[in-house]
Design a binder for this molecule. Structure first.
Ligand code: FE2
Length: 439
């Protein structure tokens, strides 16, 4: 039951460029979208002043159990993935459920303030106590009114490396974790990696669940588990329900092999998540110069019709010291690393943190069309590309038709000698000197 008053947003611009659009939210859903909508009695009316109205950000790849633990019990000195995994292993015995819940809830507050209303988080199942699983299930329940949290049972240390991990993973699924995870490149051998992919896909198929594996997060061009993932997705009828996360080894692969691999991924309808902030930070660490970027081949995957999303992956944890739940920062890094600087490429980077990720999570009712859930945000930008360029303020964040966060516009007041005081907000305004055209 949603008894919030109707909410009418006036004079918004949509990501597709349509301007002067109103959106009416009623009973938790989008009731109407179009120009000059009539205001129902009792409606709360907000003038969007032409700012960008978008469905919320979605993060398709995150680790909420390690988030905000930076410095515990020490920092990652080498900056590598492997030291991060070792450091997480040192921290795990020291974790308490209370501290896990506390950090995760704080992150979810940051997320909402940034217009990030759906997160797929991996949760480590290697700990026999399943402490993190229990903590994040509790967090999922508590944040449900304002954030969709989808959990992936993730065997961080490999599902086949230690007896008991598979049983832990199954227990996590029994407790309500949504998605089956894996990490084939971290199993002992390539054969065991391939066996883990088969085993975990079969487990997901038997339970009717989606799959999302950390896959080939390596600079080793011979790390080719994604082909096995595509094979089993196809064989088990899991098309569209399997995600390969990272796929960084594809950056270093031979072009001839990739020309075979990408069509296999497309055929199996695998979805792909790149994690630009983390990939550019962790990959290439064993190189001298030139140092490889290490992110997977995003434009080429998109060109083959494959759905590619961008994830944040880490915020202030053993792998990454930075971050603040800002999916526009993620999109900006993806844009730079993949050199997606064309007009179409910039728009694709915005889609990669919104609609593409929503598809990966399988979110119901995502979008601004009538009938969709009334989840959206107002950004202090006129276009998706400008939102990325400015890491635009989230002026308003709405969940189920109710405002859940407001942010002040980013402006500076200039008092320059010899000039009248004026405000600057970094958006490009048309001016007579430029022929009235913003360039
Ligand atoms: Fe990850």
């Amino acid at each position: 039951m949603n008894d919030a008053p109707p909410l009418l947003i006036r004079h918004a611009t949509l990501p597709d460029g349509r301007g002067g659009i109103d959106l009416l939210a009623q009973a938790g859903r989008v009731a109407a979208l179009g120009p000059a909508l009539p205001a129902p009695p009792g409606a709360v009316v907000v003038d969007a002043q032409g700012w960008l109205l978008s469905p919320p950000f979605v993060d398709a790849h995150f680790h909420l159990d390690s988030a905000l633990s930076y410095g515990l019990p020490r920092v990652n000195a080498s900056g590598t993935l492997l030291e991060g995994i070792a450091l997480w292993g040192e921290l795990k015995p020291l974790l308490t459920e209370e501290a896990l819940v506390d950090r995760a809830l704080q992150y979810c507050d940051w997320a909402v303030a940034r217009g990030l209303l759906a997160v797929r988080s991996h949760v480590d199942v290697c700990d026999d106590r399943l402490l993190a699983v229990r903590a994040l299930l509790e967090v999922k329940r508590r944040v449900a009114p304002y954030l969709d949290l989808q959990l992936v049972a993730f065997p961080q240390d490999g599902v086949l490396r230690r007896p008991g991990t598979l049983a832990n993973l199954q227990r996590a699924l029994d407790l309500g974790v949504d998605v089956v995870g894996g990490i084939p490149h971290f199993e002992r051998t390539a054969e065991e990696g391939a066996a883990s992919v088969k085993l975990l896909c079969e487990l997901a198929a038997a339970r009717g669940l989606r799959v999302d594996m950390h896959c080939d997060e390596s600079d080793d061009p011979l790390s080719r588990h994604v082909e096995t993932l595509a094979l089993h997705a196809q064989r088990l009828g899991l098309q569209g329900r399997v995600t390969g996360s990272h796929l960084t080894s594809m950056h270093s692969m031979d072009n001839y092999y990739v020309s075979k691999l990408i069509p296999l991924i497309a055929e199996a309808q695998l979805q792909v998540v790149a994690n630009p902030l983390i990939n550019i930070t962790l990959q290439g660490r064993h190189d001298s110069y030139p140092k490889r970027r290490g992110m997977t081949r995003v434009p080429e995957l998109l060109a083959a019709g494959i759905n590619v999303g961008f994830g944040h992956d880490c915020v202030m944890d053993p792998w990454y010291a930075l971050g603040s739940a800002d999916m526009l920062e993620v999109a900006a890094m993806g844009l730079h690393v993949a050199q997606m600087t064309s007009v179409a490429g910039q728009r694709q980077c915005f889609d990669a943190v919104t609609v593409n990720n929503a598809r990966i999570l399988g979110l119901e009712g995502y979008g601004l069309e009538p009938g969709c859930r009334a989840d959206f945000m107002l950004l202090q930008a006129r276009t998706p590309a400008e939102a990325i360029r400015l890491r635009a303020q989230r002026l308003l964040v709405v969940r189920g038709g109710t405002v859940v966060s407001r942010m002040a516009p980013a402006t500076a007041e200039l008092t320059l000698p010899g000039r009248l005081p004026q405000g600057v907000d970094f958006t490009r305004q048309p001016s007579p000197a430029s022929g009235g055209v913003a360039r």
